[in-house]
Design a protein around this ligand. Structure first.
Ligand code: HEM
Ligand code: HEM
Length: 178
């Protein structure tokens, strides 16, 4: 495993974290959108919000694991790019994905805290006790929404980047992640 992480592909920890996020995060976008815009009864809405927060906190744990894996394991060989701008775009988009995932999580978390709502996860309420503030709650709601939208834009660039590399360099870089 260690040898592998030094050569052509990411460490097994990073691979697991990457694909877990791919499986879970879009699901939470659907739940978030659905609970906000579908006509639901109060009790269904309440339980969906609880599930939404629970899944969001799970994404946070996986992201924390991912960052530890990134720090503690060796990265694979750098990808070859003909133009330096392509490399810059790759670095910026990867960094942006990390930032936006955390922005979505923290804004959702703070929205709950400022609204005076609990954030139950693993049997503990993780919400910090702050004075409820509807202005901050609304502000965090806006940040939450636009972080998700920006994330989706960057994710599209991420996937387009993958497909472009496949055709431009005739190399399937998915092998570095599986
Ligand atoms: C992977 C992480 C998350 C994703 C992708 C996500 C996504 C979304 C989306 C798409 C919406 C609907 C927004 C709208 O249409 O205006 C939403 C709403 C919401 N999210 Fe999240 N969310 C995440 C994490 C969290 C976390 C960690 C919390 C709280 C601890 C949270 C709390 C909420 C709440 C309370 C709403 C309802 C907002 C309202 O009433 O306007 N979310 N989320
Ligand atoms: C929720 C969706 C996704 C997120 C948040 C995400 C995030 C990331 C990040 C941050 C990296 C850089 C590696 C690292 O530092 O951790 C990466 C690498 C990669 N991702 Fe994704 N990704 C997502 C979905 C996808 C999908 C759907 C594909 C398939 C087309 C994909 C293919 C890859 C590949 C091939 C790499 C390795 C690139 C390289 O060799 O440098 N990702 N991803």
């Amino acid at each position: 495993m260690y040898k592998e992480s030094q050569s052509q592909s990411y460490s097994v920890h990073l691979k697991i974290a990457h694909w877990l996020i791919v499986a879970i995060l879009p699901f939470n976008i659907v739940i978030g959108y659905w609970m906000k815009h579908a006509q639901l009864t109060m009790s269904t809405m309440y339980s969906m919000i609880q599930w939404h927060k629970w899944i969001g906190m799970t994404v946070f744990v996986i992201m924390a694991y991912r960052i530890c894996a990134k720090i503690l394991t060796k990265p694979p060989e750098s990808l070859f790019f003909r133009h330096p701008l392509e490399k810059i775009l790759k670095i910026v988009s990867h960094l942006g994905l990390y930032i936006l995932v955390f922005s979505v999580i923290f804004s959702g978390y703070l929205m709950s805290c400022y609204g005076g709502y609990p954030v139950n996860f693993l049997g503990i309420n993780w919400a910090i006790s702050v004075k409820t503030n509807p202005v901050y709650t609304d502000y965090m709601r806006v940040v939450h929404f636009y972080s998700v939208v920006s994330f989706l834009v960057l994710l599209s660039i991420h996937i387009i980047g993958y497909v472009t590399y496949l055709f431009r360099y005739k190399t399937n870089i998915i092998n570095r992640m599986i």
